[in-house]
Design a binder for this molecule. Structure first.
Ligand code: GRF
Length: 201
């Protein structure tokens, strides 16, 4: 079975990228990362990529006056690697319908809440403010409505009385690092069905 080929798209620390790299290296994920792309030149995830000998590219959104120009360059960079799946891992730009359609069924995202609860930003503060007893992370297919695509996997934790947005961020990050590789492995093994490479969830 050929390893699932992935392009990972990041904006920052890339700890989820690292978790995917580690899962591949330790045989928990039958995949290979064919490219890492960041919209920020200072993203620490780029250093992680270099450290592991992975090809990487920067498509800096500040170099484009219009979003469609940035996204066209982003699509070109991704398509250069011809991945089966595009893995958004802490990529902090909203994508246009054109780009989402281009990768329909082949682009995933990880979000730090139990979707459909708390889409968007500041999810930990929102969960605390809502008095939630549970919180977590979600891997979903990217669709035109932000954080609303079909859910492929979730990891749950219980909120403690002592939790703050910062403690939740740390605890959720740890969950994400198991969840993302696990969902990708489900795809690699064919347990999440695909038709012509596209997830049909
Ligand atoms: C994660 O919490 C993810 O849910 C959100 O952005 C964060 C990325 O963290 N979309 P990292 O760059 O992978 O460390």
């Amino acid at each position: 079975m050929t390893p699932l080929s992935l392009v990972v798209v990041i904006s920052g620390s890339g700890s989820n990228l690292q978790a995917i790299i580690d899962a591949i290296d330790t045989g928990r994920l039958h995949a290979r990362i064919v490219g890492v792309i960041s919209n920020r030149p200072d993203a620490y995830g780029l250093i992680r990529a270099t450290h592991h000998g992975l090809p990487s590219q920067v498509v800096d959104h500040t170099h484009f006056s219009q979003r469609h120009q940035f996204e066209s360059a982003l699509r070109q960079a991704i398509d250069h690697y011809q991945p089966e799946l595009v893995v958004l891992a802490g990529f902090m730009r909203k994508l246009s319908p054109e780009t989402v359609q281009h990768y329909a069924g082949r682009m995933l995202n990880i979000h730090p809440s139990l979707l459909p609860r708390h889409p968007g930003l500041h999810t930990h503060a929102k969960a605390l403010a809502a008095g939630d007893t549970q919180h977590g992370a979600t891997v979903h297919v990217v669709t035109e409505v932000v954080d609303a695509g079909p859910i492929l996997g979730q990891a749950v934790l219980q909120i403690d009385a002592s939790d703050t947005p910062d403690t939740l961020a740390t605890r959720i990050h740890a969950l994400e690092h198991s969840l993302y590789p696990a969902v990708l492995q489900q795809i690699a093994l064919g347990h999440i069905p695909r038709i012509n490479g596209c997830i049909v969830a």
